[in-house]
Write a protein that binds this ligand. Structure first.
Ligand code: MG
Length: 398
């Protein structure tokens, strides 16, 4: 089998990559929401892959892996990797999870990242209300994640929250960085207490915190919430779009507290997790398969983290339905350091009308049953999908 073409489009909010072959088998990959600018980056990979056998996934990757970087520049390569596994699975007539070593679990736990309303005010009561709404969601999530501090508008909408200069940019990323005020720190701890009051010990709480913290503030906060058994504090000093892992800073924080520290969603490739893992700089890593270099890359990192007593909770909130399929397949195969991956939804809602193969409901009691179709096990209804293609991509499914 030979690769004959690579196509790119944005369907609704989701960038989608399609790899075509001379045997009529195609594969799909995904990137995180928006990112129309990935088009050129994806299409320029074609000359490196034209004529290659897509079922030799790793051999193909050796020809394009050098074209990736930290988020968002790893997503084109990652989307192609996922599409290659989809083809390899379809060609063999087996689900992708079998190609990755077989499933360790029949259902995968997810945590809530995507089913939420944007918060506009940030009192303990606001957090309690929002937490209650997430708990009531029909998915029955067993873990929810909340954005606080620099990973929210708290930093700009709560007066005197931080001593930092407010930095903004039309490009996504959390740019404000600096010390919290004493008032800001107290408010955060009160918000955590209010959320835990709602959650009790039924549903776990993770907090997406930054980046932007100073190391001393991060240590103070992590110690202040030790009594609440938070599952993890995410991206305190680096993360999201920070183009470096900051392992040395995370290590100082992790050494100073029993609260688990988490990072990794922006990191590209296993090499850039090496120091974080080998120095045990964090307790949980959270690469995103659509940014790290793909699903086999994520699996390798999970195995290496497990060897060092580090947990794995993959990122994924913006990856859409194709990204969801990739997450389900790879997470089914991870070792016992797997905690949960960040649930992602189809946007807009009509995504659920154009894709078949998903369980209904998708999430039950906070878990997704691993499905068994060949490849990623999902398929586009081409006739229904076509109407949503941008004019320039109307040939996408041809
Ligand atoms: Mg995050």
């Amino acid at each position: 089998m030979k690769i004959t073409d690579i196509r790119f489009t944005v369907i609704g909010e989701s960038p989608v990559v399609r790899v075509l072959t001379d045997e009529g088998i195609d594969g799909f990959g995904a990137a995180e929401r928006a990112k129309p600018y990935l088009r050129t980056h994806v299409l320029e990979l074609l000359p490196a892959l034209l004529g290659e056998d897509p079922t030799n996934v790793e051999r193909c990757m050796t020809r394009i892996r050098h074209r990736g970087g930290f988020k968002p520049w790893g997503s084109a390569v990652s989307a192609v990797e996922i599409a290659l596994w989809d083809i390899a699975g379809k060609a063999a007539g087996i689900p992708v999870y079998k190609l990755l070593g077989g499933k360790v679990r029949d259902r995968v736990r997810v945590y809530n990242g995507a089913v939420r309303k944007e918060m506009t005010s940030f009192t303990p009561e606001d957090y309690a209300r929002d937490t209650r709404a997430q708990m009531a969601s029909p998915e029955g999530f067993t873990i929810i994640k909340q954005g606080i501090a620099f990973h929210s508008q708290m930093k700009s909408s709560v007066p005197d929250f931080t001593l930092a200069d407010q930095r903004t940019s039309p490009l996504p990323g959390y740019l404000t960085r600096g010390p919290l005020t004493e008032k800001g720190m107290k408010l955060l701890v009160e918000c955590v207490a209010a959320m835990k009051d709602v959650l009790g010990d039924d549903v776990g709480l993770a907090l997406d915190c930054g980046p932007g913290w100073t190391v001393p503030d991060a240590i103070r906060f992590a110690r202040s919430v030790e009594e609440y058994n938070i599952l993890w504090l995410e991206d305190l000093v680096a993360g999201d779009y920070t183009p470096s892992p900051a392992a040395h800073l995370f290590r100082e924080i992790t050494r100073a507290t029993s609260t688990p520290i988490h990072t990794g969603e922006q990191i590209y490739l296993r090499q850039n997790f090496r120091e974080l893992i080998e120095t045990r700089a964090v307790s949980v890593v959270g690469p995103d398969p659509c940014d790290v270099g793909g699903i086999a890359e994520l699996k390798w990192i999970a195995e290496y983290a497990d060897l060092h007593g580090i947990l794995m909770a993959p990122h994924g909130t913006g990856n859409g339905i194709v990204g969801l399929a990739a997450l389900v397949h790879v997470c089914a195969t991870l070792p016992d350091n797997y905690v949960a991956f960040e649930y992602t939804t189809g946007r807009p809602e009509w995504w659920y009308d154009i894709v078949s193969g998903l369980p209904d409901p998708i999430v039950r009691d906070g878990f997704i049953d691993v499905w068994d179709g060949p490849g990623l096990g999902i398929a586009f209804d081409v006739e229904r999908s076509r109407q949503y293609l941008p004019e320039q991509d109307r040939y996408f499914f041809d």
